[in-house]
Design a protein around this ligand. Structure first.
Ligand code: IFM
Length: 479
């Protein structure tokens, strides 16, 4: 089974199509730990986490959920839950220490083992090649603002594809390049912590170029490659029914969504994005001849990550309270080119990330892609929520809010499928509680609770609920 294998029957009201993939997702730096073992070198996140004030409680991913040493136990847990797919990322500095040269045999051996464990349990591995852990040496050479990083990424992916491509056919090149570019290089709340708007736009282009080159690598080295990219697409809503707020929403849509969708799926950058950022950099010097053809190589599926909607207003002095940035305190905005837009707190109950719960945004994103960029299978590559989970005296984690969150979002996925949207799978974020970037371990997204002092795992009630969804391929009736 691959993510892009057509599902065989339409969903009925209660059920999902036969063959629908049910998975969970993680990322290397967030779960693996073993930060300096077996030849792994530092990534930008190792450096950033050691920068004073960058991560809450000065937490680091040094140990994380210790997945590197507990892979057998963790895969057994996945099998127990009935997962049919597992989306994980490869740590570039583990596979290719320093970001150049030969592969690290011990690093590849770890992923070999993970893949074999998964296949042994009948779980489809879905590999993300890059989930934000750039080797520090490449950042020292300019990071994603440097064009050469795209070519380094293709070299690294070649090593991984040659080794794992005989057993893994479903690959995604990048996870959420919006975050890599704008949180990493504009607002600076993510590694490498730079606050350089022009560099953020350069990073966008070089990430996209790396994606395109990566698709070429996968086609060359992976038999029956199923290629994709994962975007955190945003459902952007104008705050008031005014032309000014509509224009603000269109502007942000360009900078959040179309800046990636159009080059990948239509072979050009959107005119409004070029115009809105022209004062920051010369796009004609950034984009070389042939780049857009490379970037728009056909892909087999698109991964969609969705958590919360985005509410915007034209900055006219009358906006209601401006929202706290969901990614931590920041003195710089990630919204390069949208200085005249306010970001508001959308209505709805809040998760611990202060993200409003509104599942209709997931429907809107899926339906919009299927309408405007048709004929592309979609997978929900991440969806989930952080809550204040704790182990109660009876040994349970009663995370009913997370169950409600998952149920409401899966209801919207099913509605999209019923309306003809080609959604092939759903990956809950996350399997395990883990290192939530600048929030450290203060935000728990897992359906499995991790006691970080002992590394013991406990199924939360949401894991049991999700297992039931998988077993029945349907949403259970609400009690
Ligand atoms: O933890 C992250 C993940 O790494 C990328 N998508 C969003 C998640 C929650 O913030």
């Amino acid at each position: 089974m691959t993510v892009t294998q057509p599902v065989t029957s339409a969903a009925t009201d209660a059920s999902f199509p036969t063959g629908f993939l049910w998975g969970s997702a993680t990322a290397a730096y967030q779960v693996e730990g073993a930060w300096n073992e077996d030849g792994r070198t530092p990534s930008i996140w190792d450096t950033f986490a050691r920068t004073e004030g960058a991560v809450r409680n000065a937490d680091t991913g040094d140990i994380a959920a210790d997945h590197y040493h507990r892979v057998t136990e963790d895969v057994a847990l996945m099998a127990d839950l009935g997962l049919t797919a597992y989306r994980f990322s490869l740590a570039w500095p583990r596979v290719q220490p320093g970001g150049g040269g030969a592969a690290n045999p011990a690093g590849l051996a770890f992923y070999d083992r993970l893949v074999d464990e998964l296949l042994g349990k009948g779980i489809t591995p879905v590999i993300t090649a890059y989930h934000w852990d750039l080797p520090q040496e490449l950042e020292d050479a300019g990071g994603w603002a440097n064009r050469d990083t795209a070519y380094r990424f293709a070299d690294y992916l070649t090593l991984a594809a040659k080794r794992l491509g005989d057993r893994v056919s479903t690959w995604t090149t990048l996870n959420e390049p919006w975050c890599s570019a704008f949180l990493g290089y504009a607002s600076g709340v993510h590694a490498p912590g730079r606050r350089e708007p022009a560099s953020a736009l350069m990073a966008v282009h070089h990430l996209l170029l790396g994606h395109g080159l990566g698709v070429g690598v996968l086609r060359e080295h992976v038999p029956n490659a199923q290629t994709s990219i994962v975007l955190n697409l945003q459902s952007i809503r104008p705050s008031r029914p005014t032309p000014a707020d509509d224009a603000a929403a269109t502007k942000v849509d360009g900078l959040a969504n179309r800046i990636f969708l159009d080059p990948i799926l239509r072979g050009h950058y959107p005119e409004d994005v070029l115009a809105n950022t022209a004062h920051l950099l010369d796009w004609s010097a950034l984009v070389h001849d042939g780049d857009l053809a490379e970037i728009s190589r056909p892909i087999d599926a698109l991964g969609v990550n969705y958590y919360t909607p985005t509410l915007v207003a034209a900055r006219d002095g009358n906006s209601p309270a401006v929202r706290q940035d969901g990614h931590g305190a920041t003195s710089a905005s990630p919204w390069v080119g949208a200085d005249d837009v306010d970001f508001l707190q959308p209505p709805g109950e809040l998760t611990m990330m202060q993200w409003a719960v509104d599942a209709t945004g997931l429907y809107d994103v899926l339906a919009r892609i299927s309408r405007e960029y048709p004929d592309l299978p979609l997978m929900v590559a991440e969806n989930g929520a952080a809550y204040d989970d704790y182990l109660d005296p009876t040994g349970r984690i009663r995370d009913t809010e997370r169950i409600d969150y998952l149920r409401s979002h899966l209801t919207e996925v099913r509605r999209a499928i019923t309306d003809g949207v080609d959604v092939r799978g759903y990956f809950v974020w996350s399997l395990l509680d883990n290192f939530e970037w600048s929030y450290g371990y203060s935000r728990r997204f897992g359906i499995v609770f991790v006691d970080f002092a002992t590394q013991r795992r406990w199924r939360k009630d949401s894991a049991t609920w999700f297992s039931q969804v998988i077993a029945t391929n349907a949403l259970p009736e609400q009690k």
